[in-house]
Design a protein around this ligand. Structure first.
Ligand code: BGC
Length: 836
């Protein structure tokens, strides 16, 4: 593609009037994974879109240019700090510019119906108000830099199981009050430039061709006048999608527009006017982003700085939630002897899996972070908790001595003698998704790779080698075949469901001896089976792992021994990007095999053990009674380990609050019976009773309620006063820090209707404010709340919101389970409304 030399602005209507039909048709789809189509003769450049939602990856899944990684969605929402989250958005905007991207594909604003959602970590909250506030803050931050945000996935992409085929079946009331509400709030408060449609159907029609959602609600009721794009390979029709209002098919090259649009124009199923409506939005977006001055095909750069690190450390630490802290076990004393134990300690679980993942500038593991503050802290693995073996590139070295592997690319299979290499690439992460890998000589998705490196073990023991792939491959150690994922392949859920199960081979290796490793790979077309719904996986990919054999029992014994030798233990357990990922949901809510046993054993060996859990969504904690202290640490981005250490040792006073309830068991969750695609449908049977709305209504005990989070100090919230001018309710209160350390508290405001004409949740969050208060001092907070949003429910009979004539309690406190302050407001006359 030639580039446009000078960035000049253009007039949208003028360009539209001059475009030929082929040019218009071209503008309706991307040209590759990440770029829109240009029309150079009329001064319309191609612009770059990049994932979102917790950092900006750029144009390469594999071997990307390193980027700043923010905490995952739940970790951000757990800060309950709209200013901080807005700054996070602004950082993403700046990062996007460094990556030459004009549009960020984020934030993700779906809902956690169940703890099992594979992408639950990406979204903010089970509460639509909190999710909406966090989305709006992120979008305002991103768009303050001139970069466009794409709120996604519109709407009801709340599970991964059969995500393209599943029909999310729900009442109009649940759709409005729970699932559309975060988008509605974001639309009202931040006007995102773009929306990405969901993969799934909503009540019978796919979101990407759903006129009710795209035309009636989004553009009609909410007045959205920006661009809608499909999720990747989520455009399923030509005419219907265009007519419904889907502007841009992504990615390209087009598989369902292009000549099919010509055909539809030819037979009159589409009129040029239909196409013009869509093209106009593409042109408007391109024109808007031109102010950024990003040249076409801009190089991708890094802008890491100490300020970014410092900000990310604060952002991550502020989202950590102190769930339990009996007898003030935390913060720990740096002077005491300390052990760091657990599967998440030495491995940095900085981000969930799938399109949210990116190559971070760096990632601090909890062990690194803790040793930074207590250098002599001892370490034991405790239990291997990986779902797939850790990446080989942690341990392997290239000829030059760098950690990683050397990848050579061939057009011919290994059977061709003297085949010529067309590319040689250094790989520092042996998780290689080739969908957006480009090389001028590669003209089809069929080609071959070889990865080479060496490995020098630190112990004489058995080592496990592994491979899962969307393609075929083998691993050889010193010429000996150790893993064969070619001859017999088993379907699995790797590579967004397109790939195989992980095949593992074991070999005894000797300490200090250097072994040659060779991995051979044929791309996706060589695979011996194909999975449905994996359109666009092009060349596929491979993931190669290596780790010493670790048996749960032996590792636990070692950990217990270590725990007995020290004054205090930090036990880091949880999930990672293999357990929580786009492409599949979790099978259960438990920690990985061995972890619960480890935690129980270590707690018995040393009662001064603080448990740190890293997960994007709730996990079961069967050992909770015996654990004195539990810290929920999410996936914290680059600074994960430093943020954990800061809270564990008290440099940061924790102030995070849960953005979602932690049920005791998955069976307690309201979506338990309906969280799966059953022959392509998922019934949202819990209706509006998602999360705490259900647990409260049914008086079900939870492990930790929505909004909960402790501090190293104590707060008193008092002097509640509420004023009401008919449109806005102003809630004010005083927060006193009655303890000995400075800290922050979140004042949470819930509304509850006295005599609703229909069944409503006991209470619903409608406002909050986080306030920092110095020890011994007090601060006043004022929270302005839209009265109609705070009081209304969706009236299905009138197809409108209604604020009913009634009295409403305004309940104020520091969690959904603790709202000791009450005031009342009245709605004097029932009123129905639509729109924003
Ligand atoms: C995800 C989107 C993402 C897109 C591009 C899809 O698989 O659902 O959220 O933006 O890929 O990576």
């Amino acid at each position: 593609m030639g580039s446009l030399p000078v960035q000049t602005s253009f007039d949208v209507e003028d360009v539209l009037s001059q475009l030929t039909i082929p040019e218009k048709v071209a503008l309706l789809s991307g040209i590759d994974f990440w770029h829109t189509a240009p029309v150079h003769r009329l001064g319309v450049p191609s612009i770059r879109l990049s994932d979102g939602p917790n950092g900006v990856r750029g144009t390469r899944f594999f071997n990307g240019v390193p980027a700043a990684c923010l905490p995952c969605g739940t970790g951000l929402a757990a800060t309950w700090d709209t200013d901080l989250v807005k700054k996070g958005g602004a950082l993403q905007g700046t990062e996007a510019i460094a990556k030459g991207a004009s549009v960020i594909l984020g934030p993700t604003t779906n809902m956690q119906r169940s703890p099992l959602g594979g992408r639950g970590f990406e979204s903010f909250s089970e509460d639509p108000y909190l999710a909406g506030a966090m989305s709006a803050s992120t979008i305002n931050g991103i768009q303050s830099t001139g970069v466009s945000a794409t709120i996604k996935h519109f709407v009801c992409n709340d599970q991964e199981d059969q995500r393209q085929a599943v029909d999310s079946i729900l009442t109009e009331r649940a759709l409005r009050e729970i699932y559309l509400m975060p988008f509605q709030i974001a639309q009202r408060d931040s006007r995102p430039d773009c929306y990405m449609t969901a993969y799934n159907k909503v009540n019978g029609t796919h979101a990407s061709e759903n006129p009710r959602l795209l035309k009636d609600v989004l553009r009609g009721e909410w007045g959205f006048d920006g661009l809608t794009m499909s999720d990747w390979f989520g455009t399923y029709s030509t005419t219907e999608a265009i007519k419904a209002g889907l502007d841009l098919e992504m990615p390209g090259p087009s598989y369902i527009r292009a000549h099919l649009v010509n055909q539809a124009l030819g037979c009159g199923k589409l009129l040029v006017r239909d196409v013009d409506e869509r093209v106009r939005e593409v042109l408007k977006l391109v024109k808007k982003t031109q102010a950024l001055g990003i040249p076409e095909n801009a190089p991708e750069t890094t802008i890491d700085s100490p300020e970014t690190s410092e900000f990310l450390r604060t952002l991550s630490a502020n989202g950590l939630v102190l769930l339990k802290n009996n007898d003030n076990l935390l913060p720990l004393d740096k002077k005491k002897t300390t052990a760091v134990i657990g599967p998440n300690a030495a491995y940095a679980s900085y981000c969930g899996g799938g399109s949210a993942s990116l190559l971070p500038y760096y990632a601090i593991s909890p062990l690194d972070g803790i040793r930074e503050q207590v250098p002599e802290a001892k370490y034991a693995l405790g239990a291997p908790a990986w779902k797939a073996l850790p990446l080989m590139t942690r341990l392997s070295k290239t000829k030059k001595g760098d950690h990683g592997l050397t990848m050579t690319v061939f057009l011919d299979p290994p059977s061709v003698t003297n085949r010529k290499a067309i590319d040689e690439v250094f790989v520092n992460k042996s998780d290689i998704l080739l969908v957006d890998y480009k090389h001028p000589k590669i003209k089809s998705s069929l080609y071959y790779l070889e990865l080479n490196g060496t490995f020098t073990p630190e112990q004489t023991t058995d080592y496990d080698f592994s491979m899962c792939c969307a393609g075929t491959g083998k691993i050889f150690v010193n010429g000996e075949l150790v893993v064969d994922n070619e001859t017999h392949q088993r379907p699995g859920n790797s590579f967004f469901g397109a790939g195989t199960a992980e095949e593992i081979g074991r070999m005894k290796l000797e300490e200090g001896k250097t072994y040659d490793i060779k991995v051979t790979f044929g791309t996706l077309p060589t695979m011996t089976f194909s999975s449905p719904g994996t359109t666009g996986f092009g060349a596929g990919g491979l993931r190669v792992g290596l780790e010493r054999k670790a048996e749960i029992e032996t590792e636990i014994e070692r950990a217990v021994q270590l725990a007995k030798e020290v004054d205090q233990v930090i036990l880091c357990a949880g999930l990672n990007s293999e357990w929580e990922s786009e492409g599949y949901d979790r099978e259960h809510m438990d920690l990985p095999p061995g972890s619960d046993k480890l935690i129980k054993a270590v707690l018995a060996a040393n009662p001064n053990t603080a448990i740190v859990i890293q997960s994007g969504t709730p996990v079961a904690m069967p050992w909770l009674e015996s654990a004195p202290a539990v810290l929920q640490a999410w996936y914290g981005g680059n600074e994960t380990g430093n943020a954990i250490a800061d809270v564990v040792f008290g440099n940061t006073n924790p102030s995070g609050k849960l953005p979602l309830s932690f049920p005791i068991r998955n069976e307690d969750n309201p979506a338990f019976l309906n969280y799966k695609s059953e022959r392509n449908r998922a019934i949202y049977g819990e209706d509006v009773y998602i999360g705490y709305r259900f647990y409260e209504k049914t008086n079900k005990e939870v492990a930790f309620p929505f909004g909960h989070g402790l501090s190293y100090t104590q707060f008193d919230i008092k002097d509640l006063s509420v004023s009401d001018d008919g449109a806005e309710i102003l809630v004010s209160a005083t927060v006193s820090n009655t303890g000995k350390v400075d800290g922050a508290q979140v004042v949470q405001v819930y509304f509850s209707q006295h005599n609703a004409s229909i069944n409503r949740p006991k209470k619903e969050l409608k406002g909050f404010s986080k306030v920092f208060v110095k020890a011994g001092q007090s601060e006043k907070v004022g929270i302005a709340i839209s009265k109609k949003y705070a009081t209304s429910f969706w009236d299905e009979a009138r197809d409108a919101w209604v604020m009913e004539k009634d009295t409403f309690d305004v309940l104020v406190g520091d969690s959904s389970a603790n709202t000791p302050l009450t005031a009342q407001v009245k709605v004097l006359r029932s009123e129905w409304w639509r729109g924003l």
